[in-house]
Design a protein around this ligand. Structure first.
Ligand code: ATP
Length: 436
């Protein structure tokens, strides 16, 4: 028989709390406490920092050993949390609905009844089971994980058959799924979408790694026109002057022209002879040059550098002429961005940022670096750049003849102004981004 309502208005009827409902409310309260502890445990287990993990790993406490064991099988642990959460949520919802409709009834307004129940129950679950416990647990991860280690361990054993089944079903599905064939472009786009102010640096490094395998040496080398090299007939006193002036640790040495590189002079090989340099046959100190083609991929070159213990390679074109040089630092910069060593000063920077929309670049700036600095799509100039790999080369391709000083060359929303040039080279370019 239905209990009689204690109030009876046109809209809403309230019923008294019976013994059955009282125990239902008690069970509901306990379920809320249990669920919020499980949510807190989930956060604390899964967001332990590396230092907290190593503290737990080196501890002899029983609860820390249990945390270690649980974290050793993350798939199983996640599935246990998933199962327990699902069970407790479903039980909470059914029980709360039953209690609610036994206490309050909106006279025959079934839809209103339903909407109010959904709002109240979901609000309670979100606040007390999800948001508050997770926030609290995040502020005391180790304490919470230690406190919950035994209950979670017990639950992981209790639900072992079910979690074992779920882990295996999903891992089989993952192994057979075709979805993992992501292209480099897709991964780059995903990284761009997830870039925020705080993780810009990390994403820059990840993007560098993603593009690493598709970048070739020609895109990152120092072109021959900028290489400091020495003619093999240069007298010893003179080479000291050149070395001092350049500041580089390795200098290519050529016979007649730079197309015939005879070896690399390592400055450290000269040091033992520094006091009697005039009488030194410095050519005897040359090390074998390491030649590579322009289209070699830089990930392969990095492996070769490691295997052969060299730091510099001479880049040769298809006719055997020298195109430039590439060093270990050039390769690493593709991942971590600009590396300044002790002797680099800011004047060596290849660009100056005037404001958010305006930059001044060296003409020799590689397009790769230009994209990176200005945060541009790597394929922006693909259709017009032809063989060009530097900014100056790009402008020559767009213009098709040699530009004049202060001339403006536009492409889409970018204006390039020739700021400095000599007879053969565009030296400085002002880049202005419009309507960004
Ligand atoms: P180290 O840091 O080992 O002393 P380094 O400072 O002389 O060497 P790297 O750090 O290998 O040179 O390279 C720094 C940049 O200088 C790279 O872009 C590289 O291409 C360029 N570079 C190195 N040697 C020369 C050189 N002889 N002429 C022109 N550019 C060079």
């Amino acid at each position: 028989m239905e209990p009689e309502s204690i109030t009876n208005t046109a809209l809403v009827n309230f019923y008294p709390v019976t013994t059955e409902i009282f125990f239902g409310l008690l069970a509901l309260f306990l379920l809320f406490v249990f669920s919020s502890l499980i949510s807190g445990a989930e956060v604390s287990f899964l967001s332990l920092s590396p230092s907290e993990r190593s503290m737990v790993n080196s501890s002899k406490k029983k609860s820390h050993q249990l945390i270690r064991n649980l974290l050793a099988a993350p798939d199983k642990l996640l599935t246990t949390f998933f199962i327990v959460n699902t069970f407790s949520w479903v039980t909470i919802i059914i029980l709360a609905t039953y209690i609610f409709s036994s206490l309050v009834v909106f006279s025959n307004l079934t839809v209103a009844n339903l909407i109010i129940q959904i709002l109240i129950i979901s609000g309670f679950i979100l606040l007390f089971v999800e948001i508050l416990p997770r926030m609290a647990a995040n502020n005391m991860r180790v304490k919470m994980a230690t406190f919950m280690a035994r209950p979670v361990y017990f639950l992981s054993i209790l639900f072992y058959p079910l979690s074992y089944f779920l882990v295996h079903v999903t891992s089989n599905h993952r192994n057979t799924s075709q979805g993992s064939n992501l292209s480099i472009d897709e991964i780059s786009q995903a990284l761009e979408l997830t870039t925020s102010e705080e993780n810009m640096e990390d994403n820059g490094i990840l993007e560098g790694i993603v593009k690493f395998g598709s970048t070739n040496v020609y895109q990152i080398m120092t072109p021959r026109i900028d290489v400091v090299a020495i003619n093999i007939e240069t007298p010893a006193e003179k080479i000291i002057e050149i070395i001092n002036h350049s500041g580089y640790s390795r200098i290519p040495v050529y016979a007649e022209t730079f197309d015939k590189v005879e070896g690399i002079l390592y400055i450290k090989d000269l040091l033992p002879f520094i006091n009697n340099i005039e009488s030194l046959e410095w050519q005897s100190l040359l090390r074998q040059p390491y030649y590579i083609p322009e289209n070699k991929k830089i990930d392969d070159l990095l492996k070769e550098f490691q295997k052969n213990k060299v730091h510099m390679a001479i880049v040769v074109d298809e006719y055997g002429g020298t195109s430039g040089i590439v060093t270990l630092e050039d390769i690493l910069e593709e991942i971590v961005g600009d590396i300044s060593d002790e002797f680099d000063d800011d004047e060596d920077a290849f660009f100056t940022k005037i404001n958010e929309f305006t930059y001044i670049f060296d003409g020799k700036t590689q397009l790769n670096d230009f994209y990176r600095v200005c945060n541009l799509d790597d394929h922006l100039f693909d259709e017009i750049k032809g063989e060009a790999d530097s900014l100056a080369g790009l402008l020559l391709e767009i213009k098709s003849n040699f530009p004049k000083l202060n001339e403006k060359i536009s492409f889409e929303n970018i204006d390039f102004f020739i700021e400095a040039l000599d007879k053969r080279r565009i030296k400085k370019i002002k880049v202005v981004f419009n309507n960004v």
